[in-house]
Structures are given as C-alpha cells and as structure tokens.
Write a protein that binds this ligand. Structure first.
Ligand SMILES: *Cc1c(COP(=O)(O)O)cnc(C)c1O
Length: 397
C-alpha cells in the first residue's frame, strides 16, 4: 500500500495553500530545483557542448520516455519525449492518416481539448486531400466508428468534465473498423491506470506538466505501438528523428523505432527537471493512486452537495466514469474561483461556467478536501464572489 503521507513531502507547496490544480500544472518537486541547478552549473556550465555526450543529453528523450512508459502501460522503447503536446498530436494524426490513405474521416468528440481539434484542422487543411474532421458527442463516439474512419482521435479524460472514455472498448471498435486509434493522455498519465499495450492502442500522446509535475513548458510525450513503429512515417521530419543526424545527409531517413518522432533539439534543462519529478513515482502503485483519488473526489462531491444547492455537478456521478477531477457549474464560476483562490484554495475555471478541481493523491489530503468544499459552499451561499476584484478576467483562467 502506497504511503501518501510520505509522498506529500516530496513537493514544495506554499504555506497555507490547498492546491487542487495539479491537473493543470503540478507543483514543484523539491529535488527538481537542485537537479536544475546541477544541470545548469555542472553540465552546461562546465561541459559546454560536451554535455550532449558526457552528460548524455542526447539520450534523455528516450530514457525519460521509458520512465513514462511504465506509468501508462506502454512497452519499453515505445515512448519518446519532446516538443509540446499540440505538436505531438499533429505528428500522431499525420502518421495515422498516412497509414490509412484510402480513408477520409477523422473522428473526435466535443469533449476533446480544443488544441487537439485545431491541430487536426490545420493538418487536414495542409494535406488538402478532402479529409473531414467529424466531431460527435462523447457518448456517440462508439456508434460513429465505421469503415470510412481513418483515425479515431480522442482525449481519454475530458479536460472540462473529467468524463473518461473506455480505452480498451473504443480501441477494439476502432480496430474492428480497420481504423487507427490515437489517445491523448494529458489528464490520465499519473492520474488513472492506463494499459496501452494491453489495449493495443496505436498512438498516444500526453503532457508532463500536469499530473507528472514536470514544470511549466515541460516536454510532451508520444507513444507509437511497437508493431507500427517501422511503418509510421513522421510528418515533422526533423534532424533528430533521422537515422543518423550527424551524418548530415541531404535526404531524410527516419530513425528506427519511436525515436523517429523526435524533431529538433530537446529542452535539456526542462528534461532534467522532469526526470527528477518522475522519481516521485518510485514505489507507487497507480492502482492505489486511483483508489485514493476516487475517495477524495467522492468526498468533495458529497461535502459540496451537502453544503449548497447552488452548484451543479458537471462531471459524471459514477466515479468509474470519471478521471481525477471534478467540475461544478456555477453562473459566476470565474468570480467564485477567484474568491476561492483569494482564500488560498486553488482550482481553475473553464468556460463557459465550469469550476474545475483536480485531485492528486500524492499531495492532497482528505482534510484539505473538506476545507476546500466548505470554503466553496460559503462563497456561493454568501455571494462572496460578488466583488470587483473577483470579476476582472485574467488572461489565464
Ligand atoms: C493540457 C492539454 C493540452 C495542452 O497542449 P500544449 O501543446 O501542451 O499546450 C492539449 N491537449 C489536451 C487534451 C490537454 O489536456
């Protein structure tokens, strides 16, 4: 059984703060600071360009990819990191469409994160081959999968509501129709158990600054099923995905394996921070994380609903159909969230009216959840949100 009192101490959390936004940006792992300093002072500072060999910077995308692979049920050698998630989504979809040249439909759902849909739109426009991005309601995905579909591109856990797709079942239907499956695990990695290898998923992507605590701007990851790696052609054929980058050939030949999904120079300092952050997962059973996350989210819903009837649950009530977050609708959700943040309780807001709370068993406690729920109820019951300073919109909500 994972000892969650030990894991909390791995993170720096400012005094007096209850942090329920680790699903958007995980907190600073204490060892990451020293690791970043060491990478900068001892490696960059002393080794200069030699760091690529001596400190093995060049191998880090694959090595860290393997550490992430263990958290998402992926095979060794099937995950590589780099770039941002938006870029990795583009790469996965481009390779998928290339593998199904006779089909024209990309199927996604209205619960997908907008950047995934925007990247798909841009790709389809550039391809100019008559592809169509078909967006259906999350509950209609299964019935919309047919033999016209080239790729089913979904986010496992809906960023806004926490609604969770059944990866195994949707992947099975996708394959039955002869299509390629692409899963975005942005809100899954480090939050819910995922078994990519067991499901036979073709591509997966995700970011590392949410539940994996890699810090703002941490590199994203991409998974390619081992059986597809030699046939998946990279659309973004950068030199570090080349078979021999330092041969400086004038023509592109993809590297063997998932390394072909690398593009350009990886962010070394940010990778070092992520590598340190991943140490938190040593000895942790993701099944324990899931169990505790359900306890925390069930407690939050129960306490909020007992304390007010002004909020409407926007997440599935069934914990098994939900990731590690809970959203409530409130007509003044943005301002109520600002009022909550002013009390040191940090969640976030997603338009048009959703107050979003993420639960991270590595550092959130039941006592915090009770206090957060009580403060939220007090704010909406007393209209404490109705003050000029809480009504002003910031750029990031
Ligand atoms: C957080 C998130 C993103 C963010 O993409 P970036 O390129 O890292 O900014 C994309 N997709 C999903 C599903 C997300 O949850």
């Amino acid at each position: 059984m994972t000892d969650f009192s030990r894991t909390r101490d791995l993170f720096h959390l400012p005094d007096g703060v209850i942090y329920l936004d680790g699903n958007s940006l995980g907190p600073l792992p204490k060892t990451a600071l020293a690791r970043a300093t060491r990478t900068m002072a001892d490696e960059w500072g002393e080794m200069l360009i030699g760091g690529w060999n001596k400190a093995q910077w060049m191998a880090m995308p694959g090595q860290i990819g393997n550490r992430i692979a263990r958290l998402i049920g992926a095979e060794e050698g099937s995950v590589v990191i780099g770039d941002t998630l938006s870029i990795k989504v583009y790469q996965a979809l481009a390779s998928a469409l290339d593998l199904r040249p006779d089909r024209r439909i990309v199927l996604s759902d209205s619960g997908n994160f907008p950047t995934d849909l925007y990247m798909a739109e841009g790709l389809l426009r550039t391809l100019d081959k008559g592809h169509e991005l078909k967006i259906v309601a999350p509950e209609d995905v299964a019935s919309a999968i047919d033999e016209t579909v080239a790729a089913v591109m979904l986010t496992h856990v809906d960023y806004g509501t926490g609604r969770m797709h059944d990866i195994a079942e949707i992947t099975r239907l996708t394959h039955e129709a002869g299509a390629i499956s692409i899963w975005d695990l942005a809100h899954s990695a480090g939050a819910v158990p995922v078994d990519l290898a067991g499901c036979g998923a073709d591509f997966a992507t995700g970011c590392t600054y949410k539940y994996l605590n890699g810090g703002p701007g941490a590199p994203a990851f991409i998974y390619v099923r081992p059986g597809l790696q030699e046939s998946a052609r990279p659309a973004l054929s950068g030199w570090l995905g080349h078979e021999a980058p330092f041969a400086f050939d004038l023509d592109y030949r993809p590297a063997g394996g998932v390394e072909r999904m690398r593009v350009g120079t990886p962010p070394v300092i940010q990778m070092a921070v992520l590598d340190a952050a991943l140490n938190a997962w040593g000895g942790i059973d993701i099944a324990d994380v899931r169990k505790r996350s359900i306890e925390l989210s069930e407690l939050f819903i129960a306490e909020v609903e007992a304390g007010t009837d002004k909020l409407a649950l926007a997440s599935p009530r069934d914990a098994n159909a939900r990731g590690s977050q809970v959203s409530f609708r409130f007509h003044q959700g943005y301002s109520a969230m600002q009022a909550l943040i002013a009390r040191g309780i940090i969640g976030d807001f997603r338009a048009p009216d959703r107050m979003r709370f993420g639960f991270c068993p590595l550092y959130n406690t039941p006592e915090e959840i009770r206090r957060a729920a009580a403060a939220l109820c007090e704010i909406v019951e007393t209209d404490a949100w109705n003050r000029p300073e809480f009504l002003k919109r910031e750029a990031v909500t």
